[in-house]
Design a binder for this molecule. Sequence first.
Ligand SMILES: [Ca+2]
Ligand SMILES: [Ca+2]
Ligand SMILES: [Ca+2]
Ligand SMILES: [Ca+2]
Length: 524
Amino acid sequence: MKHFSKCGVFFVVIIMAVITQSHAARWYVAPGGSDNAGGTITAPFATMVRGQTAAVAGDTVYFRGGTYYYASTTAAIGIDLTKSGASGRRINYWAYPGEIPVFDFYGMTAQQRIKGVNISASWIHLKWLEIRGVPQNLRNAHEDWGVYVNGGSNNIFELLNLRHNMGPGLFIIRGGNNLVLNCDSHDNYDLYSSSDGSTPNAPGENADGFGCHVNQAGNTGNVFRGCRAWNNSDDGFDCISCQEAVTIENCWNWSNGYIPGTTTAAGNGNGFKIGGFGNPPDNYPSPIPQHTVRFCVAFNNRAAGFYQNHHPRPNYYYNNTSYNNRSANFNLLGYDLNAGADAGMGILRNNLAFTGTAVSNGTGTGVDAACNSWNLTASTVSAVDFQSVATTGWEAPRRADGSLPVLTSLHLVQGSDLIDKGINVGLPYIGTAPDLGAFEYGAVGIAQQPFQPYRVSGSSIANPSGNVHVFDLSGRCIESGFINRACGVFIYKFQQPANRTYAYPVFRSKVDVISSEEGIRNFR
Ligand SMILES: [Ca+2]
Ligand SMILES: [Ca+2]
Ligand SMILES: [Ca+2]
Ligand SMILES: [Ca+2]
């Protein structure tokens, strides 16, 4: 869908759904509350599970700021979310606006593998919660987990701060169509991992930032968007043994593979470990999924920035930036099942590698690479192509809507010979062609929100035909603009970029924006 403005005006397009919310209840939970209370703002519950008991599809459970401590000598699960919402009416578990609820599981001391939050529910939405401190109590097992998605589908995990757990921050073992949006996972370290009798293991080998490892066919549609992973002892993102395709986009990671906060080696240390079923591959599905990683950044990881991990079919790597990763920026070590041997694999376009080894295992019939920085002879990559190459500041606070901060690091400078040197792969770009790397020169930023406006760069569409206003829960008008009924429910805001006259629009599925209590109250 490509539309161009005759006048060349550049717009920010905001996509939203018009929904009608009625009779959705609000429940409140606070530290110091009581599960015998009424769950009102003045008499809040004490626990998330009590909120779950009260809530039905479409309801929102608000958590007031403060720390919720979980302690048990017998329980393996801190919070068990089993109640599903429904299509278009998720059950929401959200921070009360402007407050920070922290769920601390350090007191879970049972001699079991611990799950901080276990999720078999579908159609739920967790937002702006901190989940920390899940311990490892066993000394003969692998990792524990912060959030463990075990059968839940169609969920949104948004703005979760997953940290200092002794295992992955968020791990999907079963379930599809989950959106992990604008989450951060950092400083996770499985210090006590050891062999469980079946698989050799060692301290630090399992605490990934994010993992998607769905173990059954049909669990398609899991997406990680706008997430960051850093200082995790194993990998940033890991999709080993995943039976269905995963999409990772607009995500950043760095400094994984070390004991957090040190330069002491720990686990594997790949930024994006994209697939794999062991070496040689074992227990893989047919067809073998092809994962997608695009518009992502990896730097300063102990091993590769982007790693094929013996995956026996080429994955898609589009418009990624990989900087100063220790073993290679892109390691395409795959596996040729017909030959029964290792082989380079990957479909790569518009990627940018800088400092260190650009690509390893980058040849062979399984590799389809074009228009990457290492393929171009007329362009060269050096520090002067970038506004900055700083590796600090990437964990900066997110923008007000939860999207990634706008940095200058690894963004191209005006005049760089990496601008417009890519090839159209059907993804948005500015100018005459895509640039190399994750950040398109001239873009105004990408925000990811499923229901509060989803902002993307786009060009105009003719004939906006009405005004629309968007209100948040407190009644504050947060957005206003024109509506174009002919093209669905989009709001247009005018924005003139520097040095640019037009851009391609991006229209995402409106499915992303349903189920919000913060919908449009005033549509005329
Ligand atoms: Ca590992
Ligand atoms: Ca891993
Ligand atoms: Ca250059
Ligand atoms: Ca471009």
